[in-house]
Design a protein around this ligand. Sequence first.
Ligand SMILES: *Cc1c(COP(=O)(O)O)cnc(C)c1O
Length: 461
Amino acid sequence: MNRQPINFNADELRALDRSHHLHPFTDHKSLDGEGGTRIITHADGVYLWDSAGRRMLDGMSGLWCVNIGYGRKELAEAAYRQMLELPYYNTFFKTSHVPAIELATKVARLLPERFNKVFFVNSGSEANDTIFRLVRHYNNVRGKPQKKAFIARHNAYHGSTMASASLGGMAGMHAQGDLPLAGIHHVLQPHWFDLGGDLSPDEFGLKAAKAVEDKILELGPDNVAAFIGEPIQGAGGVIIPPRTYWPEINRICKTYDVLLISDEVICGFGRTGEWFGLDTFGIEADIVPMAKGLSSGYLPIGAVAVCDEVANYLYEHGGEFLHGYTYSGHPAACAVALENIRILEEEGLVDRVRRLAPYFHEKLMTLADHPIIGEVRSVGLIGACELTRNKKTRARFDKLGRVGLICRDHCFNGGLIMRSCFDTMVVAPPFVITEQQIDDLVAAARHAFDLTYQDVKSEIE
Ligand SMILES: *Cc1c(COP(=O)(O)O)cnc(C)c1O
């Protein structure tokens, strides 16, 4: 059901894009070749259309954010109403406004009871930069100025600004900009498929948790402020830790008075079938960054929730926190986030994710027997398929990421947006996806895997 092409000259637009637009996460040389950029023109539900009028099933909810799906008029109307009422005012210097107050209250109520305070930002990166400053400030105020180190994981993603890219564990990002910042240490990620060797997943989960404890002991507990992790590593390749991992991390962080930060930018607001990843995995977090799903991506907004112990201490002893953004708690973004949460609640979309999860898992698992797929995994509506040249040894293809890109292009050409994280094919569709659309997604993925197999058959062992 491809719609009519939009009436403009796509080639001309692509030329202008190439001339003037610096893209995030893009090798601009790749835009010079055949094709150039794909121009997305409109969207509805789980579908996107490009300038050629081609329809694509968005298996990635944009960048893991458009959780309620595209085309929800209520969100546009919420922004419109708010812009007429009060388009902008700040929340600095003892001022506030209705949408920020309502949203802070709402977010605090969705989180476990120990969270009652919420700081607004405009993105996940800003959320993590805010936490980096807040935690350092907190330990200064409580007379532990040497307790500053952050522990994070290799291959984590926490954003693109200086502190958040440093907290992330992407070697390629660190190489650009001389990162990480001092005082940030990376340890083993709980990625059994790549790193588990002969250990069972449960054994490996304990080993990965122990890497955190070893690092704390190496640095000295008095020098370690916080540990940060995504409940499920998203951009790293939808890495779902073995079930032994998070309980052990809880224990370790408690033992050494290390703050536990659960980066809920992807998992938050229903992705795992609960409101937060910390609910799904039982993570006893102290600080929670969130963004993406907070507004389903309709407007930029993020937040940091701070537990009572930290927030109350800073309230008593911290004085003014000299930190904030012009658009912290932007009224229109808050109004859209509130409307998004209203829809999630009233339409039972988080329950829907939980209800669809077994179906989604079962259908994805039908891909596990494919000759280039080494593992399939999912939780809620987020999943991954590992490309491998040897199903037994879980060996990767040469030049990590090369076959993933081949596969991603086959997905695109088959009308499915699936992302490649190196050689891991990942999906995170909108919560409104139907069973029929899940079937379509899996059929299109299988077709793309078949074509990829044809391309790399000679490398398969
Ligand atoms: C996307 C993401 C971020 C960064 O969010 P931005 O809004 O892109 O700055 C941080 N953490 C996680 C887990 C993410 O997936």
